[in-house]
Design a protein around this ligand. Structure first.
Ligand code: CU
Length: 143
């Protein structure tokens, strides 16, 4: 094997290794269609961590929207309050549900109003510096 082939084999292996680190599986992901002229959308999904160590999501961005926040809804008396979370731990070999009434991603400052045909690409950033992208559709109701 000459030097260049070895070099490219190394680059390829490094890329493959990079892709296999810190990844989760995103299941049943969707964005709830918001009423017309509403500037805020919520995204829901199940995040599955099949790995033997926990994964920590420390950042979320979306190609549709300048603002993405991790929120948790809870009730305070008769009021519904949303807490802003800085990060989300997905325990080893466990699932975390983002569902109406609980955890969700809050998408704000959309460049264009999201409609039923909209496709959104979300990027998770993990505590170890890796990232992961996935696509969501805007839907009337969830799976
Ligand atoms: Cu929210």
């Amino acid at each position: 094997m000459n030097y260049y082939i070895k070099f490219f084999a190394c680059v390829l292996l490094a890329m493959l290794a990079g892709h296999s680190v810190a990844q989760v599986q995103v299941e049943n992901a969707w964005i709830q269609l918001a009423p017309p002229a509403t500037a805020v959308n919520a995204a829901y999904m199940t995040i599955h961590n099949p790995q033997l160590r926990e994964q920590i999501i420390v950042g979320v961005s979306a190609d549709c929207c300048a603002g993405v926040m991790l929120h948790k809804t809870h009730r305070e008396g008769d009021k519904v309050v949303m807490d802003h979370l800085e990060s989300l731990v997905v325990p080893a070999q466990a699932r975390v549900q983002l569902a109406p009434g609980g955890l969700h991603l809050m998408l704000t400052e959309a460049q264009e109003e999201l409609t039923l045909d909209s496709k959104v690409k979300i990027t998770f950033s993990f505590g170890d510096g890796s990232t992961q992208e996935f696509d969501l559709d805007v839907k009337q109701t969830g799976p």
